[in-house]
Design a protein around this ligand. Structure first.
Ligand code: ADP
Ligand code: MG
Length: 512
């Protein structure tokens, strides 16, 4: 007999429905799975067989053929186990086939029949809902992940035996997923152990970080060792604007696919802050590879990618950042297909200005030769520098600043201003797919960054004197828009554009 059960597959974070077809025919005991599956799917046979046997159900000692359709799409992972097992139970009439309608089954089976958590449940539910599917059966461990999607019916279940029983006897072994409240959860969860008030002095660096947080702009901090670059960067998450629910869903999708989701919350509540080490492999940074997972630059989506001592990272990786810094996504090629992951992050980079660290310092003398300095700085190419909106110099903090008893502004105070500026942007971009000024396209930049005559004059002067590219020009406009938003100004004023330009002059000091 033939049976069909629905399951779901993912390519990156985009999903497609998978039909699990099982045909049972007479013949020698044999079990084949066809349909472009990976190793985990090949091994599915053993898990499904043991799970059925150990759940008090009957495993047919005949010829079983299982097809995962569409056969031309690559399928990965163990999440089809449950669908395959159910298709076998239907095909052998152990469960009434009429009862299943359009339910989508997801779950990995262990040998004793327990249903184990799978990765990617959130993106699957979102994608399947868009395609009109309404009913799902998923592992119990993925309960909270499912609780943020409204308009669908999701049941969780602990074991194959419980699932079979609830179909056979009507006993309710399934748990209906109840909706969770994102705002409530977030309130409980926004504590940080650090605060920007502990960074003494460095007013201009703090100002630049505030602008970056408000508008989503990239930052490069240059300065001697010990000046507080790493410390400033680590405080950056504490002043980031609150994440909207939609942003949180986008982030959670990626972390869910990567298997990095905290199953207790089921959703990511704070903006990611990723600090990959410079020795990490390119695959782990960029994503892809045999198991095709999102890399650090995608896990940083809607949050921060912090590259401490940026010239230490491989040139190849640094150049790979060009696409995400421009388009907010990364495409990785694989054997059978390409995968695109969202990758829209704020880049915070820090570096010493030269190998000894003192080039350009007002306090200490640099011991490097011009050639050494040039080689060091050239690790960051022109195209990369062009994509970094705010270049700031962080010199060593003075003794007086360090020992000042005066209270610096707290993270909460800065964050309040940032949130206000971000509100303005969310209103401005309502109904579009962007959330911040930094992501404006050409048309939006034209529309929202109009300059008065005086501002235009300032801009032209800078354009000629600083030898700016068209990209730098547009990025300056966007930064100016953010500065105006922090000021609560409808229009960009000359002082806003002047400040924005000032953050683009450092590459001329060091890189020329
Ligand atoms: N502005 C500052 N205010 C308070 N402490 C500072 C400041 N700058 C540096 N420090 C102290 O110096 C340490 C080293 O700073 P760090 O951020 O690692 O410097 P960098 O990354 O520039 O080499 C910090 O952990 C902190 O204790
Ligand atoms: Mg450091």
């Amino acid at each position: 007999m033939l049976s069909k059960v629905l399951s779901y597959g993912l390519n990156g974070i985009e999903g497609f429905v998978v039909t699990v077809e099982v045909d049972i025919s007479s013949g020698l005991p044999k079990f084949d799975i066809v349909g472009l599956g990976d190793t985990a799917i090949k091994e599915s046979k053993e898990r499904v067989k043991s799970a059925i046997k150990n759940s008090g159900l009957e495993y047919p000692m005949t010829n079983i053929t299982c097809n995962l359709a569409p056969a031309d799409r690559k399928k990965e992972g163990a999440l089809y186990d449950l669908g395959i097992a159910m298709a076998i139970l239907f095909a052998t009439n152990q469960i009434d086939y009429k009862k299943i309608d359009d339910t989508i089954f997801l779950g990995e089976l262990s040998l004793n029949g327990d249903i184990k958590k799978v990765n990617g449940v959130l993106p699957i539910l979102i994608s399947a809902k868009e395609k009109g599917y309404k009913k799902f059966i998923i592992p119990d461990d993925n309960y909270f992940e499912a609780s943020f999607i409204s308009g669908i019916t999701v049941y969780t279940v602990k074991s194959l035996e419980a699932l079979a029983n609830s179909y056979k006897n009507g006993d309710n072994f399934l748990k209906l997923v109840q909706p969770s409240n994102y705002e409530q959860l977030k309130k409980k969860n926004s504590q940080f152990s650090i605060d920007i008030k502990n960074v003494k002095g460095q007013q201009s660096a703090k100002r630049a970080l505030e602008i970056a947080a408000a508008g989503g702009h990239n930052v490069l901090m240059i300065g001697p060792p010990g000046s507080g670059k790493t410390m400033l960067a680590k405080c950056f998450p504490t002043i980031l604007p609150d994440m909207t629910f939609n942003e949180a869903l986008e982030v959670t999708k990626i972390h869910s696919v990567a298997g990095e989701l905290d199953l207790k919350d089921g959703i990511i509540l704070n903006r990611p802050f990723r600090t990959p080490h410079h020795t990490a492999s390119t695959v782990s940074l960029v994503g892809g590879g045999t198991n095709s997972k999102p890399g650090e630059i995608s896990l940083a989506h809607n949050g921060v990618l912090f590259l401490d001592e940026m010239p230490e990272y491989s040139r190849h990786f640094i150049e790979t950042l060009r696409q995400p810094l421009e388009d907010g996504q990364i495409t990785v090629a694989r054997a059978h297909q390409t995968v695109t992951y969202p990758s829209s992050f704020i880049l915070i980079a820090s570096m010493n200005p030269c190998p000894c660290g003192n080039y350009g310092s007002k306090k200490n003398e640099c011991r490097c030769t011009p050639a050494q300095i040039h080689k060091y700085l050239s690790k960051l190419s022109g195209p990369i520098m062009d994509r970094i909106d705010l270049h700031i110099e962080v010199d060593n903090v003075t003794y007086d600043d360090l020992n000042s008893v005066e209270n610096c502004e707290s993270s909460a105070q800065v964050k309040a201003r940032v949130n206000k500026a971000r509100e303005l942007q969310l209103n401005r971009f309502k109904g579009t797919k962007i959330y911040s000024n930094s992501k404006m396209n050409v048309l939006q930049t034209k529309k929202y960054c109009a300059l008065d005559d005086e501002s235009k004059k300032i801009m032209q002067l800078a354009f000629d004197n600083l030898n700016l590219s068209a990209r730098a020009h547009d990025r300056i406009l966007k930064v100016a828009r953010t500065i105006a938003d922090l000021d609560g100004e409808q229009n960009i004023l000359p002082k806003h554009i002047a400040e924005a330009i000032q953050y683009r002059s450092l590459d001329r000091k060091y890189w020329v």
